[in-house]
Structures are given as structure tokens and as C-alpha cells.
Design a protein around this ligand. Sequence first.
Ligand code: FHN
Length: 455
Amino acid sequence: MRKTFPKQVLAAAIIACLAISISAKSEKPAGSVPQWFKDAKFGIFVHWGIYAVDGTGASWGIFNKSIPYGKYMSQADRFDPKKYDPAKWAELFKEAGAKYAVLTTKHHDGMALWDTQQLTNGEKLSVVTKTPIGRDLVGPFVKAMRDAGFNVGLYYSWLDWSNKDYAAKGRWRRGEAPPKNTTPENEDKWKRFLAFIDGQLKELCDNYKPDLIWFDGDWDVSPKDWKMADFKKKLKSWDPGVVLNSRMGGYGDYDTPEQGIPVVPPKKYWELCMTMNRTWGYNKFDTKHKSAFQLIRILMECVSMGGNLLLNVGPTPDGTIRPEQVAILKKIGVWTHKYAEAIYGTIPGPARIHYGFPSTLSKDRKTLYLCVFNSPVNQILFKGLINKPKKITLMATGEELKRERVGGAPWMHIPGVLFITLPKGLEVGYGTVVKIEMDEPIKLYTGKPGAIEQN
Ligand code: FHN
């Protein structure tokens, strides 16, 4: 005879199973980013350190042995950025339309830009103790950015090619797959190194309360050996609201593709980091800057696919931003301020099967912003818009645009193709935006209309 269970026992069992599945999920590194980060869309990355002095590039010369370690570190003797004025940086970043900024507080070379009390090989390795500037550079950056209304991110490199306790340096050759489970060579040294990191992260969090920590350099060692799960718990206990990027062996809150727009957007929220020229740190010989048009297009590609752009500047040895980068940021700013409504606080537009260029939607999904980057252009088309738009305008001027819907079979709910005519001979410059206002949230048709009679 089939054993029957009282309803209460069954219900309790179901709840218990649900609880187990939820808790199991929560043990996996969950990614969650605050609304400010999703609304911000555009940040500025600042790679600045002793490596600006001779333009050696940030840290890698040490690893690739293209420059003797001593010669690389000797740049510290001449790092004296007398013109460092982060309020001026903030003004420029604001003019560019950025909403947050991230500063390298310690790159792979191990040189801290703040007055760390942690010891590297028995001494404090920072711009305070080792360079003529002799003072904390992080604090003024954080204050200036906050005063300008920015959210602040601090970049921190897990790996440290100065610290003799860092076990894995040199293990991974560029182009080879990083060792998956690199077990540090010496347990005591590794424990000491993890305590060093813990101390530096605590200093950064206590002293500056960053909104975001931008980790880097996790690739040599497994998340287990890095104790990433513990670091994540600790960082979130120090500040539950802090955002952590993905470079914590997958324990972070969002993904960080680099130097290339992801063809398929990552599942987690994401942020593309990209240099303006080809180098992260200042290199006067690297004059190959992307154009403002290219960077605006890249920004809108990211935003339209549900990501942010973190665009890098490499300040000069004297603490200023090089003129080419100033000019590009200003040009970007003209565009981002003009089309702010189509950028900040939006959600991704419809998939490219509907419209061939980047598009975004207002959060209530009643306003659609179609970017137009090709010129000259007569008409643009949108496939599968079920709504009958209330108003279609050229955002820059407010001019109503002629629309024409062709094909389709309304009686079969097949909407056909919407053609929108742009002003004759319109030159879109860095891009223009067509705004489509609807009475209701957008509705899209994704069918494949067969012979109408068959439908
Ligand atoms: O090695 C670093 C590099 O110097 C730079 O800091 C970039 C920024 O994302 N991160 C590493 C390379 O992925």
C-alpha cells in the first residue's frame, strides 16, 4: 500500500529543498551591481605611477625582462608630479560625460600610490617613502572625484612583482595558458603575502571607502590559493555596498572584457576597459589614439548591449593629462551631453535583429533611442515594432520625422517594416539619435511571416 505523507510534512520537505537549492546557489560567486553602476555607463580609468617617468609602460617590463628591475624602479627617484591636480582631472572627466573614475593604487610593480604601512621585503614601498613627491596621491584623487559628484573606484593588483613573497611571478609566459592550480612554492611566504594583501586592502577600504574595487592580476594563482572567497566575504563585510570586478577568480560582481567589444555580451553585468591609444600608462611615443567618433561608437555599442565603457587615460610624469587625450575627452563630452537622455539610466535596446545599430530604451520601455552612425543617410528601418509610435523625432533638433510602415498584415498582427526618413543630406557627424516615443512599453514581433493566408 502506497505510504502517504501528511500535507504538512510534504510542504516542509519542499521548502527545505528550495532552501537548499537557494543556499547552494548563493555559495557560488553571485554577481550583483548597484543601480548607480548600471546607470553610469561611462567611466574613466587612470593608469598612473612611476612608470610614467620614462614611459616604460605599467610594470610589464619587469616581467618580460625588457628592462632591468632596478632601472624600472629607478623611475621612482624622478617621480615628482608637481602639476598633479585631481580636481582638474575631475573637471575634464565630467566634461567628457563620465560618471565614475578608477585610479591604479598599486599596479603589478608593487609601488603603492598611498602611504601603505604594509612592508614589501621589509620596507614600505610607496610614492610616499620612495619618490620626491613624498605624499599620498590616492586621497586627493578620491576627494576631488567625490567633490565633483563621481563614484570612485580603486584599482589594485593582486600580483606583485616586487614582493619576494609573491610565489607565482614568472610562472606564466605571455601567450601560454596561465597555470590553473598554481600552488605557491612556500606556504609561509604565501601566508605572509596574503596577509600583506589583506593589510593593504583594509587600508584602502578604511582610508578611502571606495565605491568599487577594480582588481587585476589574479591569473597566476587559483582562486582557492588566493583565498578569493574569504577576500570577497571580508571586503563585503567592510562595505556591503562595494562593487567588486570579475578579476577575483570569478568571485566578483561584474565582468571586465578588455580592449575589445564583446561580440556576445557576458551573462553578468559588464564593463569594457579600453586604452585611448595603445598603452595603459603614459608613453609619449604612443600617439595612436582612437578617434572621438570611434570611442563614441564603442561607448554606445557597450551601452546598447547592457555594459559600461571604462576608458583609460595615462597621465604624464608631471600629473597632467596629455593634450591629445584632453581633446578627445572634450569631443566625446559634446556628444554625451547632447544625447545624455539616450545614454545614462537607460536599458539595452532591442536586439540587432530589429535595428542594425546600437539602440537603448528608457527604463519604462516607452521611449526608444536609435543611434545613427552612418552618413549620408536617407532612411533607417526598424523591423517588428508592434507599437504605433506617438512621436518620432530627431533628438538633436526635436524635428518630427516622416515615417512609413511597409509590408506586414495588421489583421494577422504582423507589423511589417518601419521606415523613418531623416532630414535630406543629414550629416550625422559623431552620430545622431532618433527618438521614438510610444504610449505603452515597446512590443516586438519576432515571427517569420509565411504566406498570409497560411497564418
Ligand atoms: O596587466 C594589466 C595591464 O597593465 C592593465 O592594467 C590592464 C587593465 O585592464 N590589466 C592587465 C592586463 O589585462
